[in-house]
Design a protein around this ligand. Structure first.
Ligand code: ADP
Ligand code: MG
Length: 243
């Protein structure tokens, strides 16, 4: 089976600041992949290149074998903050990328993400977790092949974060969408991912890959789960020298 996404960035710099160098990443279909790395290592820079928002780098990015050369409609993206349009309702924000007033996929997304009762609300009436669920629905409304998630839960409290992680898993399961998330949170990476690539700083590249073969749904309190989190933590603090 071919790779959904192939990233080879030989060099990405902002002026004298060399951010990515020798960044190589492949994404399998049917796997939740996470890039785990410390703040400032270039995770957002990497996602912006993948989604086609920034093409000023040396290298190639291919989606289904075709080179990415501009904003990609096959990709949905969720950012750390919801980025909703304040004058549009929940429903209008979700449908905004399609430029339509309805869509068959909408009703089901509203149910999964528990937004049915709020479809007419304005963003200012929503909690942080609800607003982030709206941005997740907006990213999934077009049934993208690839969903890019840039630390989507890091601004939320722990209860909301855990709930939304489960909602994400549920929404993806019903679709053929493949997720690529970036985060600095080891526990979150282990909870959600099939594959975790660890990214090291200066210059940033992938230095280690873990396959997470824990059964789903995952139990954060299980010994297997906590063992995996500690193993990665020890590697990051130890020979990888990231923490
Ligand atoms: P992360 O998402 O892992 O926290 P970023 O990709 O945001 O890291 O940033 C990586 C590096 O690139 C940082 O040193 C940051 O200052 C720099 N950088 C990011 N975006 C820009 C930009 N638009 N202009 C200049 N420097 C940038
Ligand atoms: Mg970032």
């Amino acid at each position: 089976m071919g790779k959904l996404l192939e990233v080879e960035i030989t060099k990405k710099a902002f002026g004298d600041n060399l951010v990515l160098s020798g960044m190589s990443l492949g994404l399998e279909k049917n796997r939740f992949t996470t890039v785990l790395g410390p703040s400032g290592c270039g995770k957002s820079t990497l996602l912006k290149a993948i989604v086609g928002l920034d093409s000023e780098y040396d290298g190639t990015i291919r989606l289904n074998g075709t080179r990415v050369s501009g904003p990609m409609k096959e990709c949905g993206m969720v950012f750390q903050e919801p980025r909703l349009l304040p004058w549009l309702s929940v429903k209008e924000n979700i449908l905004f990328p399609l430029g339509k007033s309805n869509e068959p996929n909408l009703a089901e997304l509203l149910i999964i993400l528990e937004l049915e009762r709020f479809s007419k609300s304005l963003p200012k009436e929503l909690s942080g977790g609800m607003a982030q669920r709206v941005s997740l629905a907006r990213a999934l409304i077009s049934l993208p092949e690839l969903l890019l998630l840039d630390e989507p839960f890091s601004a939320l409290d722990i209860v909301t974060r855990h709930k939304l992680q489960d909602k994400l898993v549920e929404a993806l399961r019903e679709r053929k969408t493949v997720a690529l998330m970036v985060t600095h949170d080891i526990e979150e990476a282990v909870y959600l991912s099939d594959t975790i690539h660890v990214m090291k700083q200066r210059p940033s590249r992938i230095v280690k890959t873990y396959e997470i073969n824990l059964a789903r749904p995952r139990d954060r309190a299980s010994p297997q789960f906590t063992k995996k989190v500690s193993e990665i933590y020890r590697d990051l603090r130890g020979h990888l020298m990231i923490l």
